[in-house]
Design a protein around this ligand. Sequence first.
Ligand code: GDP
Ligand code: IMO
Ligand code: MG
Length: 427
Amino acid sequence: MSTLVVVGSQWGDEGKGKVTDYLAQEADVVVRSQGGNNAGHTITFDGEKFALRSIPSGIFNPNIKNVMANGMVINPKQMLEELAGLEARGIKNYQLFVSNRAHIVLPYHEALDGAYEQFKGDKKIGTTKRGIGPAYADKANRIGIRIADLVEPEQFKAALQATLPIKNMELKMLGLPEFKLDDIYNEYVEYGKKIKPFVADTSLLLEEEVEKGSKILFEGAQGVMLCLDHGTYPYVTSSSPTGASVPLNAGIAPRYINNVLGICKAYTTRVGEGPFPTELDGEIAHTIRERGHEYGTVTKRPRRVGWLDAVALNYARRISGINYLALMLFDVLSGLDTVKICYAYKLDGKIINTYPASLAELGRVEPQFIELPGWKEDITHVSSFEELPVNAQNYIRKVEELTKSEVVLFSVGPDRKQTIRLKEFFK
Ligand code: GDP
Ligand code: IMO
Ligand code: MG
């Protein structure tokens, strides 16, 4: 048995989809265990580009069992559209298993997500408005509806009868139109029929795979800094994208988690509101945003851009048990005269190395940078560490030193082939 957890070590969009797809060439199982269609994972190979939302990134390899585990919140309509989109592009031969314990996202969740955001005004989180927060809130509030309910018409109706009056009261209070039970039931019961063939006890399936000695990849969504517990609360998502959440969200024992690969960009991006100490504006931000095509996969919003933040990365490493690092979008930094890395913050005159919990403190921190010489060469065709310009090599070594992690892979372009592995870490 070999397992590897792929986690985003920043604020999402680090290239988790690309790395998962790359490693899925040698895996047996790929598992998504949290989040939902707030994720957008881009995969590029053979001249084709795919943007996956809730379907695991192993879907292109017919030998892989793809699992959507209990910790996800699944929008049935969107999931079926995503599958239809893949099938229309020739991806028809796949294996997909959906947990009967996963919760579903219904139209009232999306309506409430939008309404809360509007209500918060300039305190808005900048969510993807996909109903993720309200769906997880219902789960915690024990009024959620699960896949196991959706695929049994009578059970689904009973669950809706119990929940919808509460949700309609909430909608009414916010001045929004209410939903009719029959409308949701009639539409979603059909989705349930289509999803039923994929439904399984995925915890049991994973246990069997572990016993067979399979190679299992856990594909994180979002990033550690967006973690509900450890991220920049309240500017976070509503699940935990850490390595620690995987056993709970996939229904496996913690002892099965061997290694955690943190995915990080060679710089930092963030979509939505919230603290971002190393944020840049002006010319360099513009250059990085355009060169890295830093526009959201899901919402198309321009991503906020900043220098690499080793304080945040060290925090993510510690919280999430990251022992390996994948450095992505490295090519985007080519052409800059100098590149900076934040190695510490100054808070009220004192140097600190930990990530403050307080938003007020985060508003006051001054990032401390080291400045390294840049490189002019195009690196999109390199295939080894040695082929990199010496300044780019030094950048990788400095990242390792400042984050106390080993860079085991770096990426110089979106394509599957533009991936350079420095070490075997998924045996
Ligand atoms: P994810 O959410 O972590 O899977 O990341 P996204 O797919 O949302 O965002 C990463 C973006 O960077 C996508 O557009 C990828 O195609 C692209 N990408 C990934 N790796 C590289 C790379 O090494 N270089 C460049 N230029 N683009 C990359
Ligand atoms: P992937 O998996 C980047 C951000 C949103 C917002 C906050 C809460 O592609 O890396 P939500 O809709 O989850 O309630 O929004 O979290 N966010 C992401 N940012 N990548 C993602 O996923 C994200 N998923 C959520 O922008 O700031
Ligand atoms: Mg993304």
